[in-house]
Ligand binder design. Structure first.
Ligand SMILES: C[S@@+](CC[C@H](N)C(=O)[O-])C[C@H]1O[C@@H](n2cnc3c(N)ncnc32)[C@H](O)[C@@H]1O
Length: 313
């Protein structure tokens, strides 16, 4: 049996793995947890895969993912080799990751990536972690573009770029522009676009400001819509606050985007917005107030209203 350090069993490198290069971001590992004990005999590592996972203090599935990451091995290798050896450096990295997980850091930030619409996106604490419910936003946008050739698409608040990039990949005939107020988010979105070979233009600025005077066939957005007083916000403390909340009632970013849609949509262009499960009625009302038509709402698999759609003209 080859130890995983031989790297012959490494899966396709993720964006995060490629980014790591030779210098591990975990090189200052504290050695907390199972791997930190460093059981050795004459310098030989005696850590075993199964023991490290069992004593990790976190859920086994998460521990397996973090150990695979620390070893640069695949989860399949770990499952097939429970008695596989783990060197002391990897064990220390693993211990550090487990400590951070126990402290509440999201798995996606620890692993540096999250899957969205079947693709792997690099993520870091400068961007919101892509959510499964946002796949519904992408599906709605794709549905609205059926029958339209060479559509122009604007995504407002792109974060990791997951929405704009998936739309660009699913509709290679589209011209996709994505904006964000965060320069660090845009930098990561650009890296993701390059890694996934997607064509999109990324622009920095406040909502429509970077696209003043331009019109699109489709505008899509998943803006910050959590109210500042929402108790759930505290549970999301690792993610950038400006990506989660408008610091108000949760509707102000949605309102800004709806108010600007008419000036940035082509005739019969479509606005597709993700919102909170309890904001459907308010978003529909805002869309009508701002002169948009064919207003409708799409529910998710749980029957919750998550996406509102409206047409200009
Ligand atoms: C909920 S996140 C969505 C990220 C990504 N589109 C997704 O669905 O995972 C909202 C995004 O809006 C951006 N944002 C917040 N305020 C903004 C503003 N005034 N102008 C442009 N973007 C803004 C945030 O930086 C963040 O990336």
């Amino acid at each position: 049996m080859r130890p995983p350090e031989a790297r012959t069993l490494t899966p396709d490198p993720s964006p995060a793995e490629r980014d790591r290069g030779g210098t591990s971001p975990l090189s200052h590992a504290s050695g907390r947890g199972a791997g930190g004990e460093g059981r050795r005999t004459n310098g030989a590592a005696e850590n075993r895969v199964a023991d490290l996972i069992a004593s990790s203090g976190i859920a086994p599935t998460e521990a397996r993912s973090l150990l695979a990451f620390a070893l640069d091995a695949s989860r399949e290798w770990l499952i097939a080799h429970p008695q596989g050896p783990v060197g002391s450096t990897a064990a220390r990295r693993f211990g550090d990751l487990c400590g951070r997980r126990q402290a509440g850091e999201p798995m996606a930030y620890l692993l540096g990536e999250r899957e969205f619409f079947g693709r792997r996106f690099a993520v870091d604490p400068s961007v919101l972690i892509p959510r499964p419910e946002t796949e519904g936003l992408v599906e709605a946008a794709l549905h609205e573009m059926e029958g339209l050739s060479d559509p122009s698409i604007l995504e407002l608040g792109t974060g990791s770029g997951c929405v704009a990039i998936v739309l660009a990949l699913e509709r290679p005939d589209a011209r996709v522009v994505a904006t964000d107020a965060s320069e660090s988010a845009l930098a990561l979105a650009q890296i993701n676009a390059i890694e996934l070979a997607a064509q999109a233009e990324f622009l920095h600025g406040d909502w429509y400001a970077p696209v003043r005077g331009r019109r699109f066939d489709l505008i899509v957005s998943n803006p910050p819509y959590i109210a500042a007083a929402d108790p759930h916000l505290a549970e999301l403390g690792c993610e950038p606050r400006h990506a989660l909340t408008d610091e108000g009632d949760g509707l102000s970013c949605l309102q800004t985007i709806i108010a600007g849609a008419g000036a940035h949509l082509n005739q019969v262009g479509v606005l597709v917005l993700e919102h909170g499960f309890d904001q459907g009625a308010a978003v529909r009302a805002l869309m009508r107030q701002h002169g948009l038509g064919s207003v409708r709402t799409r529910a998710d698999l749980a029957g919750l209203e998550r996406v509102c759609i409206a047409r200009h003209g």
